[in-house]
Ligand binder design. Structure first.
Ligand SMILES: O=P(O)(O)OC[C@H]1O[C@@H](O)[C@H](O)[C@@H](O)[C@@H]1O
Length: 315
């Protein structure tokens, strides 16, 4: 801050250049990596699960995190962006993932911070941080349950008003493996009753609340009016937009992901989750989860695959 003891005049070139320049700042305290860019936008990534637990742009928090979320590595985080890999939901019977917990092990394993790179542009600087998880770094239990050799690199890029994440899956073993992957994003919204979702019209979905009934979305502006848990499959459009009170609030843009899950637990489910607080929090959150979950993705020996999302905060 510049203190003025006299009447302000025009700032001379010398004065302007001697003002401290805002910079990209990244800090790592061995449990969390925090980045700030000159616009003031910030992101926080917990090494546990490489879970993004905060993203602020234009002074506004964009992600919902439960007040009762465990951030100490004892349980996957209820909120932010947990990474779901290599299985989505409860694992199917008689499958290579059958012994894994719901949503796999990536969200409850400790990832490594691999470092940052920055880039300067006329409009604003940005920073990319990479996180890695390898089969060798898994718990003995997870290794036993899913004995494949793999490497995951998760890149989180913060730019003014935007957060991009890309996940690369590498097969480092001698046999191919199948996996699901999903970015379980909890968006913070003002009020679910005045929020709509566009970009899903005409897409077929599996309704997990209605015994996996298959339907086709007939709403161009979908309103959430009760417990919702749907897997929208093979979307034609890359962008799903969350609209608040008629104004676009978030664009969620998929890159190489085929599907999108829309989830809101509503009253009863929220009551049943010990780590969901406040119990009325479902009013202020909406999960728009991009992923490839309706069908398995396969990577053969030596192959890699990558996909990601860009979320644009439109306020
Ligand atoms: O409680 P968890 O394991 O974090 O899962 C939360 C929800 O995650 C969603 O992705 C699933 O579609 C839901 O079925 C599930 O209830």
């Amino acid at each position: 801050m510049v203190e003025r003891s006299h009447k302000p005049g025009p700032i001379s070139a010398t004065t302007a250049s001697s003002l401290p320049q805002a910079q990209v700042n990244v800090s790592d305290d061995n449990s969390k990596v925090t980045a700030t860019i000159p616009s003031g936008d910030t992101v926080e990534v917990l090494l546990y699960g490489a879970t993004i637990i905060s993203w602020k742009s234009n002074g506004t928090e964009n992600f919902w995190v439960s007040d009762a979320a465990k951030l100490d590595g004892s349980k996957p985080v209820r909120g932010g962006v947990p990474v779901v890999f290599p299985v989505f939901g409860p694992p199917p019977k008689n499958h290579a993932t059958s012994s894994l917990p719901q949503h796999g092990f990536a969200r409850n394993s400790r990832w490594e911070y691999l470092g940052k790179s920055t880039s300067e542009s006329a409009s604003d600087d940005s920073v990319k941080m990479d996180f890695g998880l390898y089969s060798a770094g898994l718990s003995e239990e997870a290794k036993k349950a899913w004995p494949y050799d793999f490497g995951l690199v998760y890149s989180v890029t913060l730019t003014k008003g935007e957060l991009s994440t890309i996940l690369t899956v590498r097969n480092e073993g001698k046999e191919g493996f199948d996996f699901n992957v999903l970015l379980h994003t909890y968006l913070r919204i003002k009020d679910i009753s005045t929020t709509t979702i566009s970009g899903l019209l005409g897409t077929s979905y599996v309704d997990k609340v209605l015994d996996a009934r298959e339907s086709t979305e007939s709403n161009s502006d979908l309103r959430i009016t009760g417990e919702t848990d749907r897997v929208y499959k093979s979307l034609a459009q890359d962008t799903t937009t969350v609209v608040e009170n008629g104004s676009p609030r978030f664009d969620v843009v998929r890159k190489n992901f085929r599907d999108t899950v829309i989830w809101n637990p509503w009253t009863e489910k929220a009551k049943g989750m010990g780590d969901f607080e406040p119990k009325t929090g479902w009013r202020e959150m909406l999960c728009v989860e991009v992923g490839s979950v309706a069908e398995w993705v396969r990577v053969e020996e030596g192959e890699s695959w990558e996909a990601g999302q860009t979320i644009k905060s439109l306020v």
